[in-house]
Design a protein around this ligand. Structure first.
Ligand code: R1P
Length: 273
């Protein structure tokens, strides 16, 4: 079956479950950040396992369901759990939900993640508005025959993270009196955390935070003509900065600590979007 047909079948299944208008804002919730979906009013929850052609979540801290409903008066679709390249999915499967969101009518996408801090002035628990990214994954979801119905062969990435949305996020943080960081997210494949030397290299290359997601989703969103905003939760400092091993438990723990600020910020952003 063609990819286009698969996207349509997924979208049609989701639309059949909805009792309200279709969402125009998409949210991808990173490790430990899925809690935000609990703020959605009149939610319709759809397990990934029910949706035709959807991959399944395999990572702890990623529930594996779509939540559709109202957040701050706006109709949103949230992914409570995302797919990562290191789970063994190819880039097309990792980004399939973004294609489905586009088909649903999503025009703006808020991607979130838990990331390691590379910038030494950052602290665990900081929230970072992503200014740009570096694709360090050695792959790209658009490799292969271009499907012209989905987007252009050579998409522009000069404003991969929409300028207006970044401004809006900064203003939202200021309204809340919340201090936020700004920086460049580096996407690695994982699943290993980076070595101290790799972190040093990524810092030299201009990275401020590092993780194992987001980049493929943002590439596909740009291809599809969706405006993107990205927020990283700095869950720990990357290797070589503090003399301690990294663990996914620690990542989840930190996201739990900043949960309230994260929820407040996202809600304020959605309200003004
Ligand atoms: C590692 O602890 C996990 O946390 C981050 C990394 O990418 C990796 O999956 O998850 P998210 O990027 O999905 O937030």
């Amino acid at each position: 079956m063609s990819v286009l047909k698969q996207i349509q079948e997924s979208e049609q299944y989701i639309t059949q479950q909805l009792n309200a208008s279709k969402p125009t804002i998409g949210l991808i919730l990173g490790s430990g950040l899925g809690i935000l979906a609990e703020e959605i009013e009149n939610p319709v929850t759809i397990s990934y396992s029910e949706i035709p052609h959807f991959p399944q979540s395999t990572v702890s801290g990623h529930k594996g369901q779509l939540v559709v409903g109202k957040l701050q008066g706006k109709q949103v679709v949230a992914m409570q759990g995302r797919f990562h390249y290191y789970e063994g999915y190819d880039m097309q499967h990792v980004t399939f939900p973004v294609r489905v969101m586009k088909q649903l009518g999503v025009e703006k996408l808020l991607v979130t993640n838990a990331a390691g801090g590379i910038n030494e002035s950052f602290d665990p628990g900081d929230l970072m508005i992503i200014q740009d990214h570096i694709n360090n994954m050695g792959d790209n979801p658009l490799i292969g025959k271009n499907i012209d119905e989905l987007g252009p062969r050579f998409p522009d990435m000069s404003e991969a993270y929409d300028r207006e949305l970044r401004k809006l996020a900064e203003a939202a943080a200021a309204d809340l009196n919340l201090s936020v960081r700004k920086g460049v997210y580096v996407g690695n494949t994982g699943p290993t955390y980076e070595t101290a030397s790799e972190v040093k290299m990524l810092r030299t290359l201009g990275g401020d935070a590092v993780g194992m997601s987001t980049v493929p989703e943002v590439i596909v969103a740009n291809h599809a003509g969706i405006d993107v905003l990205g927020i990283s939760c700095i869950s720990n400092m990357a290797a070589g900065i503090l003399d301690q091993p990294l663990s996914h438990d620690e990542v989840i723990e930190t996201t739990e600590k900043v949960r309230q600020q994260f929820i407040q910020l996202v809600k304020q952003i959605i309200q003004t979007m």
